[in-house]
Design a protein around this ligand. Structure first.
Ligand code: DGT
Ligand code: MG
Length: 577
């Protein structure tokens, strides 16, 4: 309820037309370790990183140990705590990718976003709406949830007369508000989503991991409500009107609201309490609730927040964002799953190479890196339930989930900083078809690299640098692009990658997408995973397409109108060097 005298307070507009699930794996690092060493499951277990416990399992939590406790404190609270080193993140990354692939494979619209290693948002609006249409109101208790539009066998039975898992909100009021269960679409969409969430949690459990899940109409509310019942549980936010959403938001400590950081918390807390707040920026503490700010008599609209938060250097739009968050409004979309990079490139820089054997050697090193990267990002294990594109292939083989069709070499002469010359823009590129032996599973990597350098890259280099010597090469970049689906069996052509991913089964594959963890993490190397909408040129040497220009820096073709912006992008890159 609004306090008296606040009739002018205007809440931001909200949209309730989406259904979002938020999954948060329980004590993630600890679960990964427990799965490696199942005997640890019943013991209190902490995972150590840099002198603190990054996390601990729920056995330890019941003994009073918390996340981010110091080792000494944890040992004091629980002397028999088993502590395992968690500095190496690779096993956690692998599990994270695997579980993400499971959830993503159930998305129809591809909106499946990872947050860190153990949180995943899914926008399931389309699946839920589809199933709402299918509901038979005369037998709600024996409903069937379809997981595929085309295959009616994919799905599960459920009872549409009640929610699955926990519900947060005033169910009595909600019951009164809806005379006819099917009459209240929002109620029914949330109910259906709760059953889908349960099904997906069980899918994750089949992989050996438990998770908490929040179900609501936006990312903020789904994430917050999922915390209500942990671990191995789920909560649907049943807030069918604005007041119910305010009531839910208001109880949260300000700092607990995702998107409200320590600085904003400190300012708003100071404003509400009318005193200076002096606190460590990493602290999650806050003695003021979101509700105290939202209903503060002097904060009636975002312009007041503007005065408080809009100082020099503050994030643009911050005050209206905070205003919306306080009201439980979050229109940000669940980002679409990245499946394969549109191109992969590796480059290195040199202080002027002139010797052909040096060029060949460096080209070999770059190509070996590139091949490793292609294997990591584009090859997948061909497991038993593999999408048998080529049923006769050996079961132990690995399968290319996407094949680049073009290889591009870019070089640039060296400019010594001491020369005082402007940055040398003279990058030049040549492309050609990527030879099929690159995808061979019978050749060794060394053989592939050797052939690629001799048969493809050195000839491209000679075309780019026709003079017999004096190249002074300062940069070599090798890039593979124009991703296409893998061959469809013997003699088959390549399929369009877009068509390929439309098949839900294909989405089951883990595409080794390191989204958010950086693709270009090899020191001294660059790797490009930007959406490469202009990389459409095909065939032999790259040539300019009608209405497009080729960037001399990176070889991308882009529409003429986009050229100036693209050039600015490079100049920022260069200035940032
Ligand atoms: P939960 O979700 O409460 O059951 O427990 P966790 O362990 O899954 O915690 P969560 O979801 O906040 O974070 C996922 C993993 O990320 C966690 O297992 C350890 C790691 N992590 C989270 N926050 C920190 C941090 O501040 N420092 C370090 N070193 N690791 C962190
Ligand atoms: Mg977690």
């Amino acid at each position: 309820m609004e306090p008296p005298g606040h009739s002018k307070r205007k809440a931001p507009r909200r949209r309730d037309d989406r259904v979002i699930l938020h999954f948060d794996l329980d004590c993630f690092y600890a679960q990964c370790v427990e799965n490696q060493q199942p005997s640890l499951k019943t013991l209190p277990l902490g995972i150590r990183q840099k002198g603190i416990l990054a996390t601990c399992n729920y056995v330890a939590r019941r003994r009073g140990v918390g996340k981010l406790t110091t080792l000494a404190e944890a040992k004091r609270l629980c002397p028999d705590l088993v502590i395992v080193d968690g500095e190496d993140l690779s096993p956690f990354r692998d599990v994270s990718k695997r579980l993400y692939a499971v959830l993503r494979s159930h998305s129809w619209n591809g909106k499946a976003e990872r947050l860190g290693l153990d949180e995943i948002f899914l926008d399931v609006t389309d699946i839920v709406s589809y199933n709402l249409e299918l509901l038979n109101r005369s037998s709600l208790a024996h409903s069937y949830f379809c997981l595929s539009r085309t295959d009616p066998e994919q799905g599960f039975e459920f009872d549409a007369t009640s929610f699955s898992g926990c519900v947060h909100g005033d169910t009595n009021e909600a019951d009164a508000a809806r005379g006819d269960p099917l009459g209240d679409t929002l109620y029914m969409r949330l109910l259906l989503a709760s059953h889908l969430a349960k099904y997906l949690r069980l899918k994750i459990e089949d992989e050996g991991y438990t998770a908490a899940c929040g179900i609501s109409t936006n990312k903020l509310l789904a994430k917050l409500v999922g915390n209500k019942n942990k671990p191995q549980n789920q909560t649907t936010l049943l807030a069918l009107n604005e007041d119910a959403i305010f009531a839910f938001m208001d109880e949260h400590g300000l700092r607990k609201v995702p998107g409200i950081g320590s600085k904003v918390t400190r300012i708003l807390e100071g404003f509400v309490l009318e005193k200076e707040i002096d606190r460590d920026m990493h602290s999650m503490e806050c003695s003021v609730t979101a509700g105290q700010v939202r209903t503060h008599p002097l904060i009636q609209n975002p312009s007041v927040l503007d005065n408080l938060l809009g100082g020099r250097g503050s994030e643009r739009g911050l005050s209206s964002k905070v205003w919306r968050l306080l009201h439980g409004v979050d229109d940000t979309e669940v980002k679409p799953a990245r499946v394969v990079p549109t191109q992969i490139s590796i480059e290195d820089t040199y202080k002027g190479l002139n010797d052909v054997s040096e060029i060949r050697r460096e080209m070999g090193l770059i190509t070996a890196s590139l091949l490793r990267r292609m294997h990591a990002d584009l090859l997948d294990e061909d497991d038993s339930q593999a999408l048998t594109q080529n049923p006769s292939s050996s079961s132990s083989s690995r399968r290319w989930i996407a094949c680049p069709r073009t290889i591009r070499l870019t070089t640039r002469p060296y400019t010594a900083p001491a020369d005082g010359k402007p940055y040398n823009w003279a990058r030049a590129s040549r492309s050609t078809e990527l030879p099929s032996f690159v995808f061979s599973q019978s050749m060794t990597s060394e053989q592939i690299v050797g052939r690629l350098v001799v048969e493809t890259l050195m000839p491209l280099f000679q075309k780019l640098n026709p003079a017999p010597k004096g190249w002074n090469t300062g940069l070599i970049n090798v890039c593979v692009a124009n991703m296409a689906g893998p061959a469809t069996g013997q003699g088959g052509g390549v399929r369009d990658i877009g068509v390929m991913f439309r098949r839900q089964d294909d989405l089951l594959r883990e595409f080794r997408n390191d989204h958010g963890e950086g693709w270009g993490d090899e020191p001294g190397f660059a790797s490009d995973d930007d959406d490469n909408i202009w990389d459409e040129h095909r065939g032999q040497t790259a040539s300019q397409e009608e209405g497009s220009e080729q960037c001399p820096l990176c070889g991308h073709f882009l529409p003429s109108f986009a050229f100036a912006a693209h050039e600015r992008f490079h100049s920022m890159e260069i200035n940032g060097d």
